[in-house]
Design a protein around this ligand. Structure first.
Ligand SMILES: Nc1ncnc2c1ncn2[C@@H]1O[C@H](COP(=O)(O)OP(=O)(O)OP(=O)(O)O)[C@@H](O)[C@H]1O
Length: 657
């Protein structure tokens, strides 16, 4: 057995399979890679001769193949062997002084990576996703004495390299290259003339070289249709700002599919970046990832590029062109390097500055922006003091005094004492307390929506003079007046029975007086108590006392009731209920009030509670309705007189109010 070093063998089929399945999203990228090679070769040639022609021509062939002609720098035989037949070899990286090839090839294409689109040395392989043969003929501009060359690569990994006689009709007459693809079976459609033209216009429409496609006319002759050369829409000259804004909006409709609310110009010289951020006309979820249309050196990178802006800027979509940002190997996303991080911050700053500026003064745009993108303002305000201050002035909140901004509430007209401002951390809590708080003139804000609680907590820390605080159980109790001692005595027994009626629900009952009198009862909970309640529920035996975990939980919970049903003695129904002599009716009434208060607080009905409501309603209906003829009056018949009078009493009291 001999030892020694050997070169890796590459299974080209396996490699192409890997690229097509795991790197590139679609075979369509082959055309981008070919265009890119043509454009890079032109860039390299222009470094030698600034006046050299800059053309890429796409020629669909009658046999279903495709030719890509470029007026680029071309290749010598040595370059073709080293660059085309060596996977991963590229002439476009920064010249490496230790690389023997760098000298041989004159430092590759010359210059550094910044000038070129390609860099990885794998792009040409993508053509094997649609072709089983790549045939390249080339004439070098760098070495005019070098004979023209033909390189033929096959999908099975073989290649042939031949030098051509300069007079050979197959040899290019002038410096440059022609790449010809022979279509792969079942991939012919990717080389179809219309597909080729559409793909080239999509990815290369903004390229600064002449990209054309040869089209066959009806009389059999051919013509060239130009696909590129457009100036970046945001850099074209316009008569005035109005015309520019309209043109950019139309461009946004065409390329991004929506009419923007506004546009923000982006300009970041360090990243060689220019472009526009378009403000979406409708709200999007903060979790939706923002997709941007990015061209790198005017070649399309993608229309769904992520990571260009900070996450909070989910309300804009950008169209940008950059020279210093780097692509991932698939050329479909941006590589996360320091330049991208810095660019993201700087672009975010630009969008933030626009937002602050737009919202600072009232305007139609400010109103439209705020009503559409208030979530974005909230998202930014929780991490940005300037936006927080602005949000406090412009963000409308649902409050018990109506829709108000924080500044409206906290800075009352001169002379009025600033009130204490309370906020609820859930929509349910707000619903529970809103009616009562409103009746007391107590300003309570609904901070139950995403970002609000954090936002208010930050405002509270930043502006202590605004006296903002979350609602605590005690705040509400302060507005629930005790009943008169005499009245208390009068209803002690009735309350006792009501308490018994609700014991099974782990709910205590109290009687207080509060406004509005229309609200018969409120369900108060404290979080610890609620936790204990849930633990007790979990501990309740389901199928016998074998639930060990439940038993442990039960041991940890105290006897205090988690919920308190606070009955309103100012409410006629409650007073009637307390006066009711019929025990089943009173129990049914108490349970109905419990369930109503539960629903009013925005909590869902548990199965047992729904059953309870059903039972209670049945009892009340049985008492209120006469028995149908021919049916047994049932067990409730004996108390018919009582039940008939009770609802009527309630009604007449209601009418009297
Ligand atoms: N049309 C062309 N004219 C001149 N040289 C070419 C042409 N096409 C390819 N080459 C040479 O072959 C090399 C390999 O090309 P390939 O497309 O595989 O990779 P790349 O363009 O360098 O990088 P990437 O993988 O990022 O596209 C190039 O670096 C270039 O030197």
């Amino acid at each position: 057995m001999t030892s020694g070093t050997d070169a890796f063998q590459v299974d080209l089929r396996g490699l192409v399979e890997l690229l097509s399945r795991h790197l590139y999203s679609s075979p369509r990228v082959y055309l981008r890679e070919l265009l890119q090679n043509g454009v890079d070769a032109i860039t390299a040639r222009r470094a030698l001769d600034a006046d050299a022609p800059a053309r890429v021509l796409l020629r669909p062939l009658d046999d279903g193949g495709l030719e890509v002609h470029d007026t680029g720098v071309g290749l010598t035989a040595a370059e073709a062997r080293d660059l085309l037949a060596t996977i991963g070899r590229s002439s476009k990286r920064d010249a490496d002084p230790d690389d023997p090839l760098a000298g041989a090839l004159g430092g590759g294409f010359g210059g550094g990576r910044e000038e070129f689109l390609g860099q990885f040395g794998i792009g040409l392989l993508s053509a094997f996703m649609v072709a089983d043969e790549i045939d390249l003929v080339s004439r070098s501009a760098r070495d005019p004495q070098a004979p023209p060359v033909r390189w033929r690569g096959y999908a099975d990994g073989r290649y042939e390299l031949t030098e051509l006689d300069p007079r050979d009709p197959a040899a290019p007459a002038a410096p440059g290259s022609v790449v010809r693809l022979r279509p792969l079976r079942d991939a012919e459609h990717w080389l179809d003339p219309d597909t080729v033209a559409a793909l080239a216009a999509d990815v290369g429409g903004l390229l600064p070289v002449d990209v054309s496609v040869e089209v066959r006319l009806e009389d059999g002759s051919t013509a060239r249709r130009r696909l590129s050369g457009e100036e970046l829409p945001w850099r074209r000259p316009y008569a005035d700002e109005g015309q520019r804004a309209r043109a950019l909006a139309a461009y946004c409709e065409r390329t991004l599919g929506f009419t923007p609310l506004a546009h923000v110009d982006l300009d970041l010289p360090v990243a060689g970046l220019t472009g526009v951020a378009f403000v979406l006309p409708a709200a999007v979820a903060p979790t939706a990832s923002a997709h941007h249309r990015v061209t790198l050196k005017r070649m399309l990178l993608g229309t769904g590029v992520e990571g260009l802006l900070p996450e909070w800027a989910f309300f804009v979509r950008c169209v940008v062109d950059a020279t210093a940002l780097r692509p991932t190997a698939s050329r479909e996303g941006l590589f996360e390097d320091e330049i991208l991080l810095a660019a993201r911050d700087a672009l975010g700053e630009r969008v933030r500055a626009w937002t602050l500026e737009t919202l600072a003064e009232p305007s139609v745009l400010a109103r439209a922006f705020l009503s559409t993108h208030h979530l974005a303002v909230r998202a930014l305000a929780v991490q940005d003091d300037a936006m927080l201050d602005l949000a406090a002035r412009v963000l409308p909140f649902e409050t018990t005094l109506g829709t108000r901004t924080l500044a409206d509430l906290a800075e009352p007209p001169a002379g009025d004492a600033p009130p204490r401002l309370l906020w609820t951390t859930s929509v349910e809590e707000y619903r529970r307390v809103a009616a009562v708080a409103a009746a007391q003139g107590l300003p309570v804000l609904n901070a139950g929506y995403v970002y609000d609680a954090d936002l208010l907590a930050r405002v509270a820390r930043r502006r202590p003079e605004w006296r903002l605080a979350p609602v605590a159980p005690g705040d509400l109790e302060a507005v629930l007046a005790e009943v008169e001692p005499l009245r208390e005595l009068e209803v002690t027994d009735a309350l006792g029975t009501l308490r018994d009626d609700l014991t099974a629900l782990d709910c205590d009952v109290e009687l207080r007086v509060f406004e509005p009198s229309e609200v018969p009862a409120m369900l108060l909970t404290d979080r610890d108590g609620e936790h204990a309640r849930q633990a007790r529920e979990a501990a309740a035996p389901v199928d016998g006392p074998t639930d060990v975990w439940g038993a442990v939980l039960a041991g940890l919970t105290g006897p205090a009731r988690a919920r308190r049903l606070v009955l309103n003695d100012a409410n006629p129904t409650v007073r009637a209920l307390l006066a009711a002599g019929d025990a089943p009716v009173r129990a049914a009434g108490a349970r109905s009030l419990y369930v109503t208060a539960l629903l009013a607080s925005g909590r869902p009905l548990a199965g047992a509670e729904a059953g309870l409501l059903g039972d209670a309603l049945r009892t009340l209906l049985e008492r209120a309705l006469p028995a149908a003829p021919g049916t047994d009056a049932g067990p409730t018949a004996g108390t018919e007189a009582d039940t008939r009078t009770e609802p009527r009493t309630t009604e007449s009291e209601d009418d009297a109010r």
